[in-house]
Design a protein around this ligand. Structure first.
Ligand SMILES: Oc1ccccc1CN[C@@H]1C=C[C@@H](O)[C@H](O)[C@H]1O
Length: 330
């Protein structure tokens, strides 16, 4: 590793570079994390089900490990995520009779969760993904039908931001979503966030998850999305970047390693993506990968369970790939 440059230091004049971690990759990826990244995001252990699995029972151990690692290694921490339709325990939405809880009861639980979690990490987590994936991918409805929407109603989103802001007025608060460069979804995200800004909701940024692949989205769609979101006057974070070797619909499971053609295209796409990010360095204030190296990625099980993928700049042996060199040598 001695002759390999630091990726985050090579890009520090533009924006901090981050990685999503979990308690095991904190250990297995320790050397890469220390040298190659400046920002950490908890992949799963700051999600509702991992923090408050039962009402009033908080399990902070795993989240605290990530906070402690960041403090010991001078890393920034992004909080992910307070309100989401996935990985949220059923108890949040049920009353004592096991039926749907009232608006007041769920609002109280949301308020308690957010004030407890954001309050605990006040001054240690500088940016929060307050609400994740609240708009629909397609169709006439703006908001995804979720238990948050069904129990509280449409203002669950603004309430979440207000609760987070009260718990830590210094934290920058983000709305985070995927397929964010798809024109139809882009306009939904824009409409939602524009409304929040106009209502005076304390929202400071938009998180573009950037779960991209060799073929989609187009560079023009990415550029349009960045321009559209930036026109709201908010910060942008690239929050969950990975570049899958497969198109979303591609179900092939025959490869044990990427083809040479895939590797060449992977390098070209990463070069193009980071060229665009650098161009928008005035509005992009964090670029985080949804993992560290190819030995562990959620894409090994999504959308095809058990299908190996190679989405990052470091290979399964933690060595820099051609994609890494094409960016740092720019
Ligand atoms: O790309 C997608 C397609 C469909 C649903 C969700 C997503 C992305 N959803 C993300 C991915 C992994 C989780 O660990 C993150 O918390 C979540 O934000």
């Amino acid at each position: 590793q001695k002759d390999v440059p630091s990726f985050y230091k090579a890009l520090q004049e533009f924006f901090p570079i981050g990685a999503a971690v979990n308690p095991s990759t904190l250990v297995s990826g320790n050397d890469l994390l220390v040298k190659q990244f400046k920002s950490l995001t908890s992949e799963n252990h700051m999600k509702f089900e991992n923090i408050q699995p039962q009402e009033g029972v908080y399990t902070f151990e795993n989240a605290d490990q990530i906070i402690d690692f960041a403090a010991a290694n001078d890393k920034l921490v992004r909080g992910h995520t307070l309100v989401w339709h996935n990985q949220t325990p059923d108890w949040v939405f049920k009353n004592d009779c096991g039926e749907q809880a009232s608006r007041e009861q769920v609002l109280e639980r949301m308020s308690k969760h957010i004030s407890t979690v954001v309050g605990r990490y006040k001054g240690k987590i500088h940016a929060w993904d307050v609400v994740n994936e609240a708009v629909t991918d397609s169709g006439p409805d703006l908001l995804r039908d979720s238990k948050w929407l069904q129990t509280i109603g449409e203002d669950y989103i603004s309430k979440a931001f207000h609760f987070a802001h009260m718990a830590d007025p210094d934290a920058t608060l983000f709305y985070n979503d995927y397929n964010e460069s798809n024109p139809e979804k882009r306009e939904k995200i824009y409409t939602l966030v524009k409304g929040l800004v106009e209502q005076g909701v304390p929202i400071h940024g938009i998180g573009l998850q950037a779960h991209w692949n060799l073929y989609n989205p187009s560079l023009d769609d990415i550029r349009c999305a960045i321009e559209r979101y930036a026109s709201l006057g908010l910060q942008l974070h690239i929050t969950e970047m990975d570049v899958s070797m497969f198109n979303f619909e591609d179900q092939r499971i025959d490869l044990t390693e990427p083809t040479e053609e895939m590797v060449a295209l992977h390098q070209q796409r990463y070069e193009q993506f980071f060229s665009i990010f650098k161009e928008y360095k005035e509005v992009i204030s964090n670029v985080t990968f949804w993992g560290i190296a190819d030995d562990y990625t959620w894409l090994d099980d999504f959308p095809v369970v058990g299908r190996k993928n190679w989405p990052f700049l470091f290979d399964t042996k933690h060595q820099p790939k051609s994609s890494f060199w094409s960016i740092v040598n720019k």
